[in-house]
Design a protein around this ligand. Structure first.
Ligand SMILES: [Zn+2]
Length: 535
Protein backbone atom coordinates (compact mmCIF):
# COMPACT_ATOMS: atom_id res chain seq x y z
CA UNK A 1 0.00 0.00 0.00
CA UNK A 2 2.76 2.33 0.98
CA UNK A 3 4.34 1.76 -2.41
CA UNK A 4 1.65 3.71 -4.25
CA UNK A 5 2.29 7.43 -3.82
CA UNK A 6 -0.46 9.35 -1.99
CA UNK A 7 -0.64 11.81 -4.90
CA UNK A 8 -1.48 9.07 -7.34
CA UNK A 9 -4.20 7.72 -5.06
CA UNK A 10 -5.69 11.22 -4.89
CA UNK A 11 -5.52 11.46 -8.67
CA UNK A 12 -7.37 8.17 -9.03
CA UNK A 13 -10.05 9.26 -6.58
CA UNK A 14 -10.48 12.55 -8.39
CA UNK A 15 -10.79 10.86 -11.79
CA UNK A 16 -13.60 8.53 -10.72
CA UNK A 17 -17.03 9.83 -9.87
CA UNK A 18 -18.78 7.92 -7.09
CA UNK A 19 -22.23 8.52 -8.60
CA UNK A 20 -21.10 7.07 -11.95
CA UNK A 21 -19.71 4.01 -10.21
CA UNK A 22 -22.92 3.46 -8.27
CA UNK A 23 -24.95 3.69 -11.47
CA UNK A 24 -23.25 0.50 -12.64
CA UNK A 25 -24.73 -1.37 -9.69
CA UNK A 26 -27.87 0.38 -8.56
CA UNK A 27 -30.78 2.53 -9.55
CA UNK A 28 -29.59 5.94 -8.36
CA UNK A 29 -32.03 8.79 -7.63
CA UNK A 30 -31.13 12.43 -6.98
CA UNK A 31 -32.42 13.81 -3.71
CA UNK A 32 -31.40 17.42 -3.13
CA UNK A 33 -27.64 17.67 -3.04
CA UNK A 34 -27.11 13.98 -2.59
CA UNK A 35 -28.17 10.77 -4.32
CA UNK A 36 -30.00 7.80 -2.84
CA UNK A 37 -30.27 4.17 -3.87
CA UNK A 38 -31.00 0.71 -2.53
CA UNK A 39 -27.76 -0.49 -1.02
CA UNK A 40 -25.71 -2.84 -3.21
CA UNK A 41 -24.22 -4.39 -0.07
CA UNK A 42 -27.28 -5.52 1.82
CA UNK A 43 -30.77 -6.64 0.87
CA UNK A 44 -33.36 -3.88 1.11
CA UNK A 45 -36.42 -2.54 -0.64
CA UNK A 46 -36.33 1.12 0.43
CA UNK A 47 -33.18 3.13 -0.34
CA UNK A 48 -30.94 3.76 2.65
CA UNK A 49 -27.64 4.22 0.87
CA UNK A 50 -26.57 7.84 0.46
CA UNK A 51 -24.08 9.01 -2.16
CA UNK A 52 -22.31 12.31 -1.59
CA UNK A 53 -21.00 13.78 -4.86
CA UNK A 54 -19.26 16.65 -3.06
CA UNK A 55 -17.01 14.44 -0.99
CA UNK A 56 -17.11 11.66 -3.62
CA UNK A 57 -18.13 9.16 -0.96
CA UNK A 58 -21.04 7.03 0.18
CA UNK A 59 -22.58 5.72 3.37
CA UNK A 60 -25.31 3.16 3.93
CA UNK A 61 -27.50 3.82 6.96
CA UNK A 62 -28.78 0.26 6.80
CA UNK A 63 -25.59 -1.78 6.98
CA UNK A 64 -23.21 1.05 7.93
CA UNK A 65 -20.84 0.42 5.08
CA UNK A 66 -19.29 3.51 3.61
CA UNK A 67 -16.19 5.09 2.18
CA UNK A 68 -14.64 6.49 -0.97
CA UNK A 69 -14.48 5.21 -4.53
CA UNK A 70 -11.65 2.82 -3.68
CA UNK A 71 -13.63 1.28 -0.84
CA UNK A 72 -16.58 0.97 -3.19
CA UNK A 73 -14.53 -1.04 -5.68
CA UNK A 74 -12.98 -3.29 -3.01
CA UNK A 75 -16.53 -4.21 -2.01
CA UNK A 76 -18.19 -4.57 -5.39
CA UNK A 77 -15.31 -6.33 -7.12
CA UNK A 78 -14.13 -8.34 -4.10
CA UNK A 79 -10.54 -7.16 -4.58
CA UNK A 80 -7.77 -5.75 -2.39
CA UNK A 81 -7.11 -2.05 -1.85
CA UNK A 82 -4.25 -2.04 -4.37
CA UNK A 83 -6.24 -3.94 -6.95
CA UNK A 84 -9.11 -1.49 -6.55
CA UNK A 85 -6.73 1.38 -7.29
CA UNK A 86 -5.54 -0.50 -10.37
CA UNK A 87 -9.10 -0.98 -11.60
CA UNK A 88 -9.96 2.68 -11.07
CA UNK A 89 -6.71 3.82 -12.69
CA UNK A 90 -7.40 1.69 -15.71
CA UNK A 91 -10.97 2.90 -15.88
CA UNK A 92 -9.88 6.49 -16.00
CA UNK A 93 -6.87 6.00 -18.26
CA UNK A 94 -4.22 6.63 -15.57
CA UNK A 95 -0.99 4.67 -15.62
CA UNK A 96 0.05 3.08 -12.33
CA UNK A 97 3.35 4.52 -11.03
CA UNK A 98 6.27 2.12 -11.04
CA UNK A 99 6.74 0.05 -7.92
CA UNK A 100 9.55 -1.90 -6.26
CA UNK A 101 11.37 -4.59 -8.33
CA UNK A 102 9.88 -7.42 -6.24
CA UNK A 103 6.42 -6.04 -6.66
CA UNK A 104 6.96 -5.60 -10.38
CA UNK A 105 8.05 -9.19 -10.61
CA UNK A 106 5.01 -10.36 -8.68
CA UNK A 107 2.77 -8.29 -10.90
CA UNK A 108 4.49 -9.73 -13.98
CA UNK A 109 3.94 -13.29 -12.78
CA UNK A 110 0.33 -12.53 -11.98
CA UNK A 111 -0.34 -11.16 -15.44
CA UNK A 112 1.44 -14.12 -17.01
CA UNK A 113 -0.74 -16.45 -14.95
CA UNK A 114 -3.89 -14.75 -16.15
CA UNK A 115 -2.94 -15.18 -19.78
CA UNK A 116 -1.65 -18.71 -19.20
CA UNK A 117 -4.94 -19.66 -17.58
CA UNK A 118 -6.85 -18.25 -20.51
CA UNK A 119 -4.70 -20.20 -22.98
CA UNK A 120 -5.15 -23.34 -20.89
CA UNK A 121 -8.92 -22.84 -20.82
CA UNK A 122 -8.85 -22.51 -24.60
CA UNK A 123 -6.78 -25.65 -24.92
CA UNK A 124 -9.20 -27.64 -22.75
CA UNK A 125 -12.19 -26.19 -24.60
CA UNK A 126 -10.77 -27.28 -27.95
CA UNK A 127 -10.27 -30.79 -26.61
CA UNK A 128 -13.83 -31.30 -25.47
CA UNK A 129 -15.36 -31.62 -28.92
CA UNK A 130 -12.41 -33.58 -30.30
CA UNK A 131 -12.68 -36.32 -27.80
CA UNK A 132 -15.15 -39.20 -28.02
CA UNK A 133 -15.04 -39.97 -24.29
CA UNK A 134 -15.90 -36.45 -23.23
CA UNK A 135 -18.70 -36.17 -25.78
CA UNK A 136 -20.24 -39.36 -24.48
CA UNK A 137 -19.94 -38.13 -20.94
CA UNK A 138 -21.67 -34.83 -21.76
CA UNK A 139 -24.45 -36.72 -23.48
CA UNK A 140 -24.93 -39.12 -20.57
CA UNK A 141 -25.05 -36.19 -18.13
CA UNK A 142 -27.36 -34.20 -20.44
CA UNK A 143 -25.08 -31.19 -20.70
CA UNK A 144 -26.07 -29.20 -23.79
CA UNK A 145 -23.58 -27.84 -26.36
CA UNK A 146 -24.71 -24.27 -25.53
CA UNK A 147 -23.83 -24.89 -21.90
CA UNK A 148 -20.35 -26.10 -22.84
CA UNK A 149 -19.89 -22.89 -24.79
CA UNK A 150 -21.41 -20.57 -22.20
CA UNK A 151 -19.22 -21.82 -19.36
CA UNK A 152 -16.23 -22.66 -21.57
CA UNK A 153 -16.21 -26.20 -20.25
CA UNK A 154 -13.24 -28.25 -21.34
CA UNK A 155 -11.61 -31.62 -21.33
CA UNK A 156 -8.15 -32.66 -20.15
CA UNK A 157 -7.04 -35.50 -22.40
CA UNK A 158 -5.57 -38.71 -21.04
CA UNK A 159 -1.99 -37.79 -21.91
CA UNK A 160 1.07 -37.29 -19.76
CA UNK A 161 1.85 -33.73 -20.81
CA UNK A 162 -0.47 -32.50 -23.55
CA UNK A 163 -1.17 -29.22 -21.79
CA UNK A 164 2.46 -28.77 -20.74
CA UNK A 165 3.62 -29.10 -24.35
CA UNK A 166 0.94 -26.70 -25.51
CA UNK A 167 1.95 -24.10 -22.93
CA UNK A 168 5.66 -24.50 -23.75
CA UNK A 169 4.80 -23.93 -27.37
CA UNK A 170 3.06 -20.73 -26.28
CA UNK A 171 6.37 -19.65 -24.73
CA UNK A 172 5.45 -19.82 -21.08
CA UNK A 173 8.40 -20.47 -18.81
CA UNK A 174 8.59 -23.50 -16.54
CA UNK A 175 8.27 -21.23 -13.54
CA UNK A 176 5.02 -19.76 -14.88
CA UNK A 177 3.63 -23.16 -15.80
CA UNK A 178 4.47 -24.51 -12.36
CA UNK A 179 2.95 -21.50 -10.61
CA UNK A 180 -0.37 -22.03 -12.41
CA UNK A 181 -0.82 -25.39 -10.66
CA UNK A 182 -1.94 -26.92 -13.95
CA UNK A 183 1.28 -28.92 -14.29
CA UNK A 184 3.45 -30.58 -11.66
CA UNK A 185 6.93 -32.05 -11.45
CA UNK A 186 7.73 -35.69 -10.73
CA UNK A 187 10.79 -36.89 -8.75
CA UNK A 188 12.92 -36.58 -11.87
CA UNK A 189 11.87 -32.93 -12.21
CA UNK A 190 9.90 -33.84 -15.30
CA UNK A 191 6.65 -31.96 -15.82
CA UNK A 192 3.29 -33.66 -16.15
CA UNK A 193 -0.29 -32.36 -16.43
CA UNK A 194 -2.17 -32.09 -13.12
CA UNK A 195 -5.50 -33.03 -14.70
CA UNK A 196 -5.97 -35.98 -17.03
CA UNK A 197 -9.12 -37.56 -18.38
CA UNK A 198 -11.26 -34.99 -16.63
CA UNK A 199 -13.96 -32.44 -17.44
CA UNK A 200 -12.59 -28.96 -16.84
CA UNK A 201 -14.47 -26.03 -15.29
CA UNK A 202 -12.67 -22.67 -15.52
CA UNK A 203 -13.46 -20.22 -12.72
CA UNK A 204 -13.83 -16.66 -14.03
CA UNK A 205 -13.83 -13.55 -11.85
CA UNK A 206 -15.83 -10.36 -12.28
CA UNK A 207 -13.10 -8.84 -14.42
CA UNK A 208 -13.28 -11.75 -16.82
CA UNK A 209 -9.98 -13.25 -15.72
CA UNK A 210 -9.69 -17.02 -15.56
CA UNK A 211 -8.44 -17.45 -11.98
CA UNK A 212 -8.73 -21.17 -11.23
CA UNK A 213 -9.93 -24.55 -12.47
CA UNK A 214 -11.98 -27.46 -11.24
CA UNK A 215 -11.56 -30.91 -12.79
CA UNK A 216 -14.18 -33.62 -12.62
CA UNK A 217 -13.47 -37.31 -13.16
CA UNK A 218 -15.40 -38.87 -16.00
CA UNK A 219 -14.75 -42.34 -14.65
CA UNK A 220 -16.50 -43.57 -11.56
CA UNK A 221 -13.68 -45.09 -9.55
CA UNK A 222 -11.70 -41.84 -9.46
CA UNK A 223 -11.85 -39.04 -6.87
CA UNK A 224 -14.72 -36.94 -8.19
CA UNK A 225 -13.16 -33.48 -8.13
CA UNK A 226 -9.70 -31.92 -8.19
CA UNK A 227 -9.05 -28.19 -8.02
CA UNK A 228 -6.09 -25.94 -8.67
CA UNK A 229 -4.54 -24.82 -5.38
CA UNK A 230 -3.82 -21.27 -4.33
CA UNK A 231 -1.84 -19.59 -7.13
CA UNK A 232 -0.49 -16.09 -7.81
CA UNK A 233 -3.95 -15.10 -9.09
CA UNK A 234 -6.30 -16.70 -6.58
CA UNK A 235 -6.25 -18.05 -3.07
CA UNK A 236 -8.36 -21.15 -2.79
CA UNK A 237 -10.42 -19.92 0.12
CA UNK A 238 -11.65 -16.92 -1.88
CA UNK A 239 -12.78 -18.76 -4.98
CA UNK A 240 -16.50 -18.78 -5.70
CA UNK A 241 -17.47 -20.50 -8.93
CA UNK A 242 -20.07 -18.68 -11.09
CA UNK A 243 -20.20 -15.63 -8.83
CA UNK A 244 -19.24 -13.65 -11.95
CA UNK A 245 -22.54 -14.74 -13.48
CA UNK A 246 -24.61 -13.21 -10.70
CA UNK A 247 -22.38 -10.28 -10.13
CA UNK A 248 -24.67 -7.59 -11.45
CA UNK A 249 -27.82 -8.87 -9.76
CA UNK A 250 -27.96 -7.29 -6.35
CA UNK A 251 -30.10 -8.12 -3.36
CA UNK A 252 -30.73 -11.72 -4.23
CA UNK A 253 -33.32 -13.38 -2.06
CA UNK A 254 -31.03 -16.38 -1.77
CA UNK A 255 -28.05 -18.16 -3.29
CA UNK A 256 -28.06 -21.86 -4.00
CA UNK A 257 -24.75 -23.37 -2.97
CA UNK A 258 -24.49 -26.31 -5.36
CA UNK A 259 -22.63 -29.47 -4.39
CA UNK A 260 -19.83 -28.87 -6.87
CA UNK A 261 -19.00 -27.12 -10.13
CA UNK A 262 -20.75 -29.67 -12.30
CA UNK A 263 -23.97 -29.48 -10.29
CA UNK A 264 -23.82 -25.68 -10.40
CA UNK A 265 -23.55 -25.66 -14.18
CA UNK A 266 -26.37 -28.16 -14.48
CA UNK A 267 -28.60 -26.07 -12.22
CA UNK A 268 -27.98 -22.99 -14.32
CA UNK A 269 -28.72 -24.93 -17.47
CA UNK A 270 -32.00 -25.95 -15.83
CA UNK A 271 -33.03 -22.34 -15.30
CA UNK A 272 -31.77 -21.65 -11.74
CA UNK A 273 -29.91 -18.37 -11.88
CA UNK A 274 -28.43 -17.60 -8.51
CA UNK A 275 -26.20 -20.64 -8.19
CA UNK A 276 -22.63 -20.78 -6.94
CA UNK A 277 -20.18 -23.51 -5.93
CA UNK A 278 -16.93 -23.59 -3.97
CA UNK A 279 -13.85 -25.79 -4.33
CA UNK A 280 -13.53 -27.01 -0.76
CA UNK A 281 -14.81 -26.41 2.75
CA UNK A 282 -16.73 -23.15 3.05
CA UNK A 283 -14.51 -20.43 4.53
CA UNK A 284 -15.16 -17.21 6.42
CA UNK A 285 -13.88 -15.17 3.48
CA UNK A 286 -16.30 -16.79 1.07
CA UNK A 287 -19.15 -16.32 3.51
CA UNK A 288 -18.30 -12.64 3.88
CA UNK A 289 -18.30 -12.22 0.12
CA UNK A 290 -21.64 -14.01 -0.20
CA UNK A 291 -23.08 -11.79 2.55
CA UNK A 292 -22.68 -8.79 0.24
CA UNK A 293 -25.19 -10.23 -2.19
CA UNK A 294 -27.69 -12.15 -0.15
CA UNK A 295 -28.80 -12.96 3.37
CA UNK A 296 -29.79 -16.53 2.70
CA UNK A 297 -28.03 -19.65 1.42
CA UNK A 298 -29.73 -22.82 0.36
CA UNK A 299 -27.45 -25.80 0.83
CA UNK A 300 -28.02 -28.96 -1.11
CA UNK A 301 -27.62 -31.85 1.27
CA UNK A 302 -26.26 -34.61 -0.94
CA UNK A 303 -23.34 -37.05 -0.75
CA UNK A 304 -21.38 -35.13 -3.40
CA UNK A 305 -21.33 -31.90 -1.34
CA UNK A 306 -18.12 -31.09 0.55
CA UNK A 307 -18.83 -27.77 2.21
CA UNK A 308 -17.81 -28.94 5.67
CA UNK A 309 -20.04 -30.13 8.50
CA UNK A 310 -23.33 -28.42 9.18
CA UNK A 311 -22.50 -27.09 12.63
CA UNK A 312 -19.40 -25.41 11.24
CA UNK A 313 -21.35 -23.89 8.33
CA UNK A 314 -24.14 -22.67 10.60
CA UNK A 315 -21.62 -20.95 12.86
CA UNK A 316 -19.80 -19.27 9.98
CA UNK A 317 -23.02 -18.07 8.40
CA UNK A 318 -24.49 -16.97 11.70
CA UNK A 319 -21.51 -14.67 12.20
CA UNK A 320 -22.15 -13.07 8.82
CA UNK A 321 -25.89 -12.91 9.50
CA UNK A 322 -26.69 -15.32 6.71
CA UNK A 323 -29.68 -17.55 7.15
CA UNK A 324 -28.99 -21.16 6.10
CA UNK A 325 -31.62 -23.52 4.79
CA UNK A 326 -31.09 -27.11 3.80
CA UNK A 327 -32.52 -28.75 0.72
CA UNK A 328 -32.71 -32.49 1.37
CA UNK A 329 -33.20 -34.33 -1.89
CA UNK A 330 -34.85 -37.75 -1.57
CA UNK A 331 -32.90 -41.00 -2.02
CA UNK A 332 -29.48 -39.33 -1.67
CA UNK A 333 -29.89 -37.81 -5.13
CA UNK A 334 -27.69 -34.95 -6.27
CA UNK A 335 -29.22 -31.87 -7.91
CA UNK A 336 -28.53 -32.94 -11.50
CA UNK A 337 -29.72 -36.49 -10.89
CA UNK A 338 -32.89 -35.22 -9.26
CA UNK A 339 -33.67 -32.81 -12.11
CA UNK A 340 -32.97 -35.47 -14.73
CA UNK A 341 -35.48 -37.75 -13.00
CA UNK A 342 -38.19 -35.38 -11.85
CA UNK A 343 -37.68 -32.12 -13.74
CA UNK A 344 -36.79 -28.55 -12.82
CA UNK A 345 -40.23 -27.72 -11.41
CA UNK A 346 -39.97 -30.51 -8.87
CA UNK A 347 -36.57 -29.18 -7.89
CA UNK A 348 -38.01 -25.70 -7.42
CA UNK A 349 -40.55 -27.23 -5.02
CA UNK A 350 -37.70 -28.83 -3.10
CA UNK A 351 -36.11 -25.39 -2.78
CA UNK A 352 -39.35 -23.96 -1.43
CA UNK A 353 -39.49 -26.70 1.17
CA UNK A 354 -35.90 -26.14 2.29
CA UNK A 355 -35.60 -26.40 6.06
CA UNK A 356 -34.13 -23.87 8.42
CA UNK A 357 -30.70 -25.33 9.27
CA UNK A 358 -30.84 -24.44 12.97
CA UNK A 359 -34.34 -25.82 13.35
CA UNK A 360 -33.19 -28.93 11.57
CA UNK A 361 -30.24 -29.40 13.92
CA UNK A 362 -32.37 -28.75 17.00
CA UNK A 363 -34.99 -31.20 15.90
CA UNK A 364 -32.28 -33.79 15.40
CA UNK A 365 -31.03 -33.07 18.90
CA UNK A 366 -34.53 -33.61 20.30
CA UNK A 367 -34.80 -37.05 18.72
CA UNK A 368 -35.70 -39.57 21.36
CA UNK A 369 -37.12 -37.05 23.81
CA UNK A 370 -40.41 -38.92 23.84
CA UNK A 371 -38.73 -42.21 24.65
CA UNK A 372 -37.46 -40.92 27.98
CA UNK A 373 -33.85 -40.98 26.82
CA UNK A 374 -31.24 -39.36 29.01
CA UNK A 375 -32.40 -35.76 29.01
CA UNK A 376 -28.96 -34.49 29.94
CA UNK A 377 -27.47 -35.91 26.76
CA UNK A 378 -30.26 -34.45 24.65
CA UNK A 379 -29.92 -31.11 26.42
CA UNK A 380 -26.21 -31.18 25.78
CA UNK A 381 -26.81 -31.69 22.07
CA UNK A 382 -29.33 -28.86 21.94
CA UNK A 383 -27.04 -26.61 23.93
CA UNK A 384 -24.24 -27.18 21.42
CA UNK A 385 -26.52 -26.08 18.58
CA UNK A 386 -27.75 -23.03 20.49
CA UNK A 387 -24.22 -22.01 21.43
CA UNK A 388 -23.34 -21.82 17.73
CA UNK A 389 -25.95 -19.15 17.04
CA UNK A 390 -24.07 -15.88 17.23
CA UNK A 391 -26.95 -13.48 16.89
CA UNK A 392 -28.35 -13.05 20.44
CA UNK A 393 -31.87 -12.34 19.23
CA UNK A 394 -31.96 -15.37 17.03
CA UNK A 395 -30.51 -17.49 19.82
CA UNK A 396 -33.18 -16.25 22.20
CA UNK A 397 -35.92 -17.38 19.84
CA UNK A 398 -34.50 -20.89 19.48
CA UNK A 399 -33.69 -21.11 23.17
CA UNK A 400 -37.29 -20.37 24.07
CA UNK A 401 -38.51 -23.00 21.68
CA UNK A 402 -36.06 -25.57 22.96
CA UNK A 403 -37.03 -24.80 26.55
CA UNK A 404 -40.67 -25.42 25.69
CA UNK A 405 -39.71 -28.75 24.15
CA UNK A 406 -38.03 -29.77 27.43
CA UNK A 407 -40.87 -28.28 29.48
CA UNK A 408 -38.57 -25.74 31.09
CA UNK A 409 -38.74 -21.98 31.39
CA UNK A 410 -36.27 -20.08 29.18
CA UNK A 411 -34.38 -19.06 32.34
CA UNK A 412 -34.07 -22.65 33.46
CA UNK A 413 -32.89 -23.62 30.01
CA UNK A 414 -30.31 -20.85 30.07
CA UNK A 415 -29.08 -21.92 33.48
CA UNK A 416 -28.82 -25.50 32.34
CA UNK A 417 -26.90 -24.45 29.29
CA UNK A 418 -24.53 -22.47 31.47
CA UNK A 419 -23.93 -25.32 33.87
CA UNK A 420 -23.44 -27.84 31.06
CA UNK A 421 -20.97 -25.52 29.52
CA UNK A 422 -19.16 -25.18 32.81
CA UNK A 423 -18.77 -28.90 33.17
CA UNK A 424 -17.45 -29.35 29.69
CA UNK A 425 -14.78 -26.69 29.51
CA UNK A 426 -14.61 -24.08 32.21
CA UNK A 427 -11.77 -22.29 30.46
CA UNK A 428 -13.66 -21.71 27.24
CA UNK A 429 -16.69 -20.23 28.91
CA UNK A 430 -16.09 -16.87 27.31
CA UNK A 431 -16.32 -18.43 23.83
CA UNK A 432 -20.05 -18.75 23.99
CA UNK A 433 -21.14 -16.81 27.00
CA UNK A 434 -24.70 -17.03 28.12
CA UNK A 435 -26.97 -14.22 27.17
CA UNK A 436 -27.57 -11.69 29.90
CA UNK A 437 -30.60 -9.38 29.94
CA UNK A 438 -28.27 -6.49 29.44
CA UNK A 439 -26.82 -8.04 26.31
CA UNK A 440 -30.21 -8.81 24.91
CA UNK A 441 -31.24 -5.20 25.34
CA UNK A 442 -27.97 -4.24 23.79
CA UNK A 443 -28.71 -6.21 20.67
CA UNK A 444 -32.13 -4.63 20.40
CA UNK A 445 -30.69 -1.18 20.50
CA UNK A 446 -27.56 -1.56 18.48
CA UNK A 447 -27.01 -3.27 15.22
CA UNK A 448 -24.53 -6.06 14.84
CA UNK A 449 -22.44 -3.79 12.69
CA UNK A 450 -21.33 -1.92 15.79
CA UNK A 451 -20.34 -5.07 17.52
CA UNK A 452 -18.45 -6.23 14.45
CA UNK A 453 -16.69 -2.89 14.35
CA UNK A 454 -15.62 -3.24 17.97
CA UNK A 455 -14.32 -6.72 17.32
CA UNK A 456 -12.41 -5.68 14.23
CA UNK A 457 -10.74 -2.76 15.95
CA UNK A 458 -9.55 -5.02 18.78
CA UNK A 459 -8.17 -7.61 16.39
CA UNK A 460 -6.53 -4.90 14.31
CA UNK A 461 -4.75 -3.49 17.36
CA UNK A 462 -3.46 -6.95 18.23
CA UNK A 463 -2.10 -7.30 14.71
CA UNK A 464 -0.68 -3.79 14.47
CA UNK A 465 0.28 -2.59 17.96
CA UNK A 466 2.12 0.35 16.36
CA UNK A 467 -1.32 1.80 15.57
CA UNK A 468 -2.48 1.85 19.18
CA UNK A 469 -1.41 5.39 20.01
CA UNK A 470 -2.91 6.65 16.78
CA UNK A 471 -6.34 5.07 17.29
CA UNK A 472 -6.34 5.87 21.03
CA UNK A 473 -6.14 9.55 20.18
CA UNK A 474 -9.46 9.63 18.35
CA UNK A 475 -11.39 6.67 19.76
CA UNK A 476 -12.32 7.08 23.43
CA UNK A 477 -13.12 3.84 25.34
CA UNK A 478 -16.67 5.14 25.92
CA UNK A 479 -17.34 4.58 22.22
CA UNK A 480 -17.34 0.86 22.90
CA UNK A 481 -20.85 -0.36 23.68
CA UNK A 482 -19.95 -3.90 24.65
CA UNK A 483 -18.63 -3.73 28.18
CA UNK A 484 -16.12 -6.55 27.93
CA UNK A 485 -14.75 -5.17 24.65
CA UNK A 486 -14.43 -1.75 26.24
CA UNK A 487 -12.40 -3.27 29.05
CA UNK A 488 -10.14 -5.08 26.62
CA UNK A 489 -9.70 -1.89 24.61
CA UNK A 490 -8.72 0.01 27.76
CA UNK A 491 -6.27 -2.72 28.62
CA UNK A 492 -4.72 -2.56 25.15
CA UNK A 493 -4.40 1.22 25.36
CA UNK A 494 -2.84 1.16 28.82
CA UNK A 495 -0.28 -1.53 28.09
CA UNK A 496 0.48 -0.60 24.48
CA UNK A 497 -0.60 -4.12 23.57
CA UNK A 498 1.73 -5.92 26.01
CA UNK A 499 -0.39 -8.20 28.12
CA UNK A 500 0.76 -10.04 31.17
CA UNK A 501 -2.13 -12.36 30.39
CA UNK A 502 -3.83 -12.36 27.00
CA UNK A 503 -7.63 -12.11 27.59
CA UNK A 504 -9.34 -15.35 26.42
CA UNK A 505 -12.11 -13.35 24.79
CA UNK A 506 -9.52 -11.52 22.73
CA UNK A 507 -7.83 -14.72 21.57
CA UNK A 508 -11.25 -15.95 20.53
CA UNK A 509 -11.69 -12.79 18.43
CA UNK A 510 -8.25 -13.15 16.88
CA UNK A 511 -9.20 -16.69 15.89
CA UNK A 512 -12.56 -15.60 14.55
CA UNK A 513 -10.99 -13.04 12.24
CA UNK A 514 -7.88 -15.03 11.32
CA UNK A 515 -8.87 -15.31 7.67
CA UNK A 516 -10.10 -11.77 7.35
CA UNK A 517 -7.91 -8.98 6.11
CA UNK A 518 -8.22 -5.79 8.17
CA UNK A 519 -6.69 -2.72 6.57
CA UNK A 520 -6.56 0.97 7.51
CA UNK A 521 -9.56 1.70 5.33
CA UNK A 522 -11.82 -0.78 6.99
CA UNK A 523 -10.67 0.24 10.47
CA UNK A 524 -11.34 3.90 9.86
CA UNK A 525 -14.86 2.84 8.90
CA UNK A 526 -15.19 0.89 12.13
CA UNK A 527 -14.01 3.89 14.15
CA UNK A 528 -16.53 6.03 12.31
CA UNK A 529 -19.32 3.59 13.15
CA UNK A 530 -18.41 3.58 16.85
CA UNK A 531 -17.91 7.31 17.16
CA UNK A 532 -21.16 8.08 15.39
CA UNK A 533 -23.12 5.83 17.73
CA UNK A 534 -21.55 6.92 21.00
CA UNK A 535 -24.08 9.45 22.03
ZN1 LIG B 1 -26.26 -1.27 3.12
Amino acid sequence: MASIPEEFIEQVKFANDIVDLFRLYADVKKSGRIYLCCCPFHAEKTPSCAIYPESNSFYCFGCHVGGDVIKFITLTENVSYVEAIQILAQRSGLVMPSTSPEQKQKEFLRNKCYSLNRDAANFYYQQITKNQESLQFLKAKQILPETVKQYALGYAPDEQSALYNYLKQKNYSEREIFASGLCRKNQNQKFYDSFRKRMIFPVVDSRDHVIAFGAMAIEQNQPEFFYTDSTPVASKNKIIFLLNKIHTLQNQEFFILAENYFQAVFLRQSGFENVIAIPDKLTAQQVNTIARYTKQILLISSPSAHYGDMQYIRNLCSQAEIFVRIVSLPNHADSAGFIRNYGAEAFRKQLEQAEDAVQNALENSWNGLDEEQDRTILLQKSAAVLAGIKNPLEREVYLTETARKFQLTPEQMQNLMDSLHHQRSPSSRSNSRSLSKEELNFSFRYSRKKRFSEEQILVYLVRFPEKISDIRSYLPPESFMTESYREIYQLICQNEGNFSEFPPELSELVRKYQEIELNDECISDCVHVLNSSAK
